[in-house]
Every structure is written in C-alpha cells, then in structure tokens.
Design a protein around this ligand. Structure first.
Ligand code: UDP
Ligand code: MG
Length: 320
C-alpha cells in the first residue's frame, strides 16, 4: 500500500516546453532527498506547445508526477487554485516552472513548517535577470497595494510558498474569481512567516506575463482587496467643487464690481478637458469593479479540466 502523501508540489505551466525537463529533474532531486512521500502536480494552463506531451511522458515513467490538463488558458492564479484543489499532501508547495523560484529552498520551507508555521512564503531578497522595468513596476505595485489595503500582504513575495493542509482547505472555501491567491492567503490569517531567497533568472523561454497580463493582475489584486480607488471620486469631486465655488465668487466679483473683462477660452478648454478626463477615468474604475461583480454573478466554474493523469484515487486512502 502507498503511504499518505506528505508534500504536494504544485507547478503551473503555460508554454514551458523549454524548461519542463530541467524543472522536473531539479524538483525530483530535491524531493527525493527529503525521504517523504510526495507528489508533483503539473497544471497545464492551456499551453499551445509540447508542454502537455512532455508531462504526459514523464507521468508514464514516474507515478509521483500528476497532470491536470486545462481545457484552455485560464490564467496562472487559476492554475495554482486547481493544483491546490487536487493536492492531497499535508503541506502544499506552489512553485513556478521556470526555476526562478529555486526548488532547493523547499527543504527550508518544510523545516519551518515543521516548527509550527502554517504558511511559509518565499521572500525575494534579490531579483536576478529581470528587466529594470519589471523590477521597478513590481516593487511599486507591492507598495501601492500595501497602502491601499488593510490586509497585511507581505511585500516582494510571489506565489512561491508552502501552505499547510488547514490553509489549503480554508482556501478551497474562498470561491472568488479574478483571484489574487497570495492576497487571499494573507487574508486567511494563520501563522505566517517568510524565508528569503534569491530570485534567479528564468531558465529558458520568455515571461508568460506580458504587460497587459501584468496590468490585469495588478487590477485584480487591488480590486479584490480595496475599495479605496472608488473613494478617489469622492475626494476629487469634493476638492474640485470647493475650488470651483471659490473661483465662481472671484469671477462674480470681477464682473459686478470691476470693469475687468474675464477672458479665458484657453483656460476653459484646459479645465474642461482635464476634468472630463478625470470623470471618464473614474467611470473606468467603477467599470472595473462592476465587471468583476458581473463575473461573480455568472457563477461559472473557475476552470474546466480536460484530462487528469496519474490521479489514482486509491493511492490516497487516508483521504477517505
Ligand atoms: N503561467 C500560467 N498561466 C499563464 C501565465 C503563466 O500557468 O497564463 C505560469 C508559467 O508557466 C510559470 C508561472 O506561471 O510557471 C509564472 O509565469 P512567468 O515565469 O512567465 O512569470 P514571471 O516570473 O515573469 O512573472
Ligand atoms: Mg518567471
């Protein structure tokens, strides 16, 4: 009889054919050294390259490797969620496939977990091989998010982390769409701590987070954890109407009590254009929230799975 899985490793993959083999062998090396029953769950997020073929091949020779094959690309955060839904370990580790998160940090995470922590997140002490632009926007993003929200989300941490079974089960009850998983985990509470690591450069291939996806990700994070952008309209609105009222008094005074002509086609245009811009932008922000409410209201499943490989239910009798 197989022993109960202790550690589940979840790896989301999207068009990662260039890194899968290396990623698998480095993970394997680390996990074998631990002497604990484990499983590695690859979640194929609708790759268009040979990624699923390679993983299916690995699954044939290695029963500890499993594959969840999505019907299409549902996004990184959803892939992580699916991996956690399927994981059967007492602890679940989420790691990127591109080896930016070094698997060698996992034993340290496990040791910290054994000390009694429920969430052990990897904190990036240094980022290698990423563009200045990415480093800057990323650092700014984490700090803005921290200002906007009351939930304490540690800065400079990605999804590379270990979570306890308790946390994983709690997370399963959070059904929201447009997920920002690391934020939800912070929101859950439990005993959390970080281990520092150096974020390496991508082993091969290109980032699967182009600017558009990054922006969407940032919006998801902010809208899931803060209403403050909505309040901006109130602040700008009240400031502007106060200022406008003061100026009205000035203009009235000039008109009624002096002979000065009030000029100003140019200034009027500038003010009109500027504030129309502000109004439209605020409408856009409200739209972002409404769109997300709409997504929730539809209540569609978070993801659709085309195929599961190596999930022999009999292997995990402890689950029953
Ligand atoms: N990923 C995914 N679905 C996506 C985009 C990315 O599953 O739609 C995976 C990707 O294969 C990788 C991880 O998420 O394992 C992180 O992506 P990436 O390394 O491209 O992001 P970056 O490190 O550049 O922020
Ligand atoms: Mg990466």
């Amino acid at each position: 009889m197989m022993k109960k899985t202790v550690i589940s490793v979840v790896v989301p993959v999207y068009n990662e054919e260039a890194v899968i083999h290396e990623s698998y062998s480095r993970l394997k090396g680390v996990m074998e050294g631990l002497d604990e029953p484990y499983e590695v769950i690859f979640v194929n997020d609708g790759s268009r390259d040979a990624t699923p073929v390679i993983i299916r091949d690995i699954c044939k020779s290695d029963p500890t490797v499993r594959l969840i094959d999505f019907a299409r690309n549902f996004g990184h955060q959803t892939a992580i969620t699916a991996g956690m839904d399927y994981a059967s370990g007492d602890a679940v580790v989420v790691i990127d496939a591109d080896l930016q998160d070094p698997p060698e940090v996992i034993p340290e995470m496990i040791a910290t977990w054994r000390e009694g922590f429920d969430v052990v997140y990897g904190q990036r002490a240094q980022r290698k091989g990423e563009t200045l632009f990415k480093r800057f926007t990323s650092a700014a993003f984490y700090r803005i998010l921290q200002k906007l929200t009351d939930v304490e989300i540690p800065v400079d941490t990605g999804d590379f982390r270990l979570i306890d079974r308790k946390v994983c089960d709690a997370l399963k009850r959070v059904k929201e769409r447009n997920r920002y998983v690391r934020g939800i985990i912070s929101w859950l509470g439990f005993r959390q701590t970080g281990v520092e690591f150096v974020r390496e450069k991508r082993f091969a291939g290109e980032t699967k987070y182009p600017l558009k996806k990054m922006l969407r990700f940032a919006f998801d994070a902010i809208t899931s954890f803060s209403y403050k952008p909505l309040k901006v309209a109130t602040y700008i609105g009240s400031t502007v109407s106060l200022g406008g009222f003061a100026y009205l008094l000035v203009v009235l005074y000039l008109k009624l009590f002096t002979t000065a002509t009030v000029t100003g086609w140019a200034s009027m245009m500038a003010v009109t254009l500027f504030f129309n811009g502000v109004v439209l932008m605020m409408l856009g922000i409200i739209g972002e929230y409404i769109g997300r409410i709409y997504d929730e209201a539809k209540g569609r499943p978070l993801y659709v799975v085309r195929e599961e490989v190596n999930f022999a239910r009999a292997e995990t009798p402890a689950k029953a």
